[in-house]
Design a protein around this ligand. Structure first.
Ligand code: ADP
Length: 201
């Protein structure tokens, strides 16, 4: 089985490419979706948070008070580190169990959609990394257009991630999304044909 890690930076176009991959019929294992699933009451992340944080960090329906937790960890690097060290292995374990399901079904390719792939070291778990890249000015403009953020806030959110130019040096495949959506789709088709379809027996 071929394993591909798909990553990008915030608003670089990763979700757009992820849809294109699903449209090919390939399984996409989505790290964000797994994190959400494990964070509802009864999920493993939720259980760990209940043990770690006080009662007041949860809403009356038992769900996490994300804003409260976010504010609390904002200037507490140790708490942030606890969250990362707790969540990432749980998410990876779940992703691996989805991959085993794909193996059982004899699927030929699995794509892991992971926003912070390099930051978390997930690149070491896949055969190759595909990066959806945009130059910094385009990233800023698309983020502001999508979320209606002020420039300062958008810049801060981008600065919190590893710069795309740094990821670009490390990636095996680059999808340059600085042009139109059609241009991105054409690049994707060529890369899929060459690196995935062309590899199938
Ligand atoms: P990500 O998943 O990396 O955050 P998205 O796929 O959601 O990025 O794309 C970010 C935003 O930019 C979305 O609003 C999307 O519609 C828009 N977008 C994506 N690709 C292009 C493009 N080539 N030209 C213009 N807008 C785009």
């Amino acid at each position: 089985m071929q394993t591909i890690g798909l990553t990008g930076g915030i608003a670089s176009g990763k979700s757009t490419v992820s849809h294109m991959i699903r449209a090919k019929g390939a399984r996409v294992i989505d790290a964000d979706a797994i994190a959400k699933r494990l964070s509802v009451p009864g999920g493993s992340i939720h259980r760990a948070f209940v043990q770690h944080f006080p009662f007041s960090f949860f809403l009356p329906d038992g769900t996490m008070d994300r804003r409260r937790i976010g504010r609390f960890v904002f200037d507490r690097p140790k708490e942030k580190a606890w969250i990362d060290a707790t969540c990432h292995p749980l998410i990876q374990a779940e992703a691996q169990s989805e991959m085993h399901e794909a193996l059982r079904r004899k699927e030929r390719v699995v794509v892991f959609d992971v926003p912070l792939l390099y930051e978390v070291g997930w690149d070491r778990l896949v055969d190759e990394v595909w990066l959806v890249y945009v130059p910094p000015a385009v990233q800023l403009a698309r983020l502001m257009a999508r979320e209606g953020n002020e420039e300062e806030e958008a810049r801060a959110r981008i600065a919190a991630q590893m710069p795309l130019d740094e990821k670009r040096v490390r990636a095996d495949v680059i999808l340059d999304n600085s042009g139109t959506p059609d241009e991105l789709a054409a690049q994707f088709e060529a890369i899929w044909e060459e690196r995935v379809h062309g590899q199938l027996p």
